[in-house]
Design a protein around this ligand. Structure first.
Ligand code: NDP
Length: 331
């Protein structure tokens, strides 16, 4: 298999040295498999959930001993599928390895626009971008002038939600875990204000300071104490899009939430979202976001580490806030 492969892709032969010998790099006759060379891998918080034994409607845990999967940008090197040909660029679920054999093309998107950085398809032009778009516009249903709060605001999803809120004419405040990230939110992404939640002993008091009139929309990325504090600061008929709760992913038991009755008092609508429900809207999302990127009206910050060997540390870094912006691994 390797000999055949190297004779056809000589320029890539050096990459094969570290390839798993058990990986079949040749598409079996009659199969619809695709072999891809992985170019960028995405570090995403949900991967931590797959490393626990929590099974849910949307998550099936990783099987220990198998190659972990994640979002990535890749180039097709061999294809048995009529819709994909050698040389096509794609994004979707791949393995954390140099080459992957993809048995299914469900959720695999062809990349047609290459005038923007390819790595963006792990972030602003990929899964996190669509999450921010669907979560903000579809779930939060924002109106001009509303008060918006975003947690984990400098991350892959949060930085976009804040900018979408500004495009909508909202007042937006973000929270992040370092002073540098706070500056980034205000000076690069145009948030009206931002604070370092690690330096706020009383989150309720902090939110009252930043939102004296209350919060209309909370884009929830962290959960736990922040959610509890937000609940009492919501306005009547406010909306909360529950995108994720990263502060809970390393905990054996979730933290208790004490202020749930305020959901009744303030008639708050809380709605969870799963990005793949919105995959049919992906091309609509691209039409929306690409002009903003090209015109520099929406900014995107990435944190890129090099090499598969550094990918595990990059993934773990998400849970201490080591990343500044979207965490990407370039292979
Ligand atoms: P980020 O790029 O924002 O990285 C994670 C960030 O979370 C860290 O940089 C850190 O920033 C912050 N963080 C880590 N631990 C804590 C903690 N204990 N308390 C508060 N903040 C913490 O990740 P993403 O933008 O990719 O993801 C953001 C959220 O969106 C996650 O909850 C994720 O699971 C969710 N998500 C959900 C999707 C869906 O379909 N529902 C799809 C994609 C993402 P800091 O320095 O500010 O602490």
């Amino acid at each position: 298999i390797f000999k055949d492969y190297i004779s056809r892709f000589p320029e890539e032969s050096d990459m094969l040295i570290t390839c798993n010998e058990n990986v079949k790099l040749k598409v079996a006759a009659g199969s619809k498999d695709i072999v891809v060379k992985n170019l960028y891998l995405s570090c995403d918080p949900y991967m931590r959930i797959l490393m626990s034994n929590q099974r849910s409607e949307i998550f099936v845990p990783y099987t220990p001993g198998t190659v972990i999967t994640g979002y990535g940008v890749a180039k097709v090197v061999e294809s048995g599928h009529a819709d994909f040909k050698q040389g096509d660029l794609v994004w979707g679920l791949v393995g954390w390895e140099e080459y992957s054999v993809l048995k299914s093309t469900d959720g695999l998107f062809k990349i047609h626009h290459t005038d923007v950085p390819l790595s963006y398809y792990t972030g602003i032009l990929g899964m996190p971008g669509l999450t921010a778009y669907a979560g903000f516009y579809e779930v939060c249903k924002p109106k001009k002038g509303e008060y918006v709060f975003v947690s984990a605001a400098s991350g892959a999803v949060g930085q976009l939600v804040g900018q979408f809120a500004k495009l909508m004419g909202c007042y937006v405040v973000g929270s992040a875990g370092t002073q540098d990230k706070v500056e980034l939110l205000k000076n690069k992404f145009g948030f009206d204000d931002a604070f370092n939640y690690k330096e706020e002993p009383d989150l309720n008091a902090a939110l009252k300071r930043y939102f004296p009139e209350g919060i209309d929309i909370y884009f929830e990325n962290v959960g736990g104490k922040m959610l509890d504090a937000v609940l009492v600061n919501m306005r009547v008929h406010g909306r909360i899009a529950v995108c994720g709760m990263i502060s809970q992913y390393n905990r054996p038991q979730p933290e208790g939430i004490h202020n749930l009755m305020t959901i009744v008092y303030k008639r708050v609508r809380i709605e969870g979202l799963a990005v793949f429900d919105y995959y049919p809207q992906y091309s609509e999302f691209l039409d929306f976001i690409l002009p903003y990127i090209r015109e520099g009206k929406v900014k995107y910050v990435e944190d890129i580490v090099e090499g598969l060997e550094n990918a595990p540390a990059a993934l773990i870094g998400l849970f201490s806030g080591r990343n500044v912006g979207k965490q990407v691994v370039v292979l």
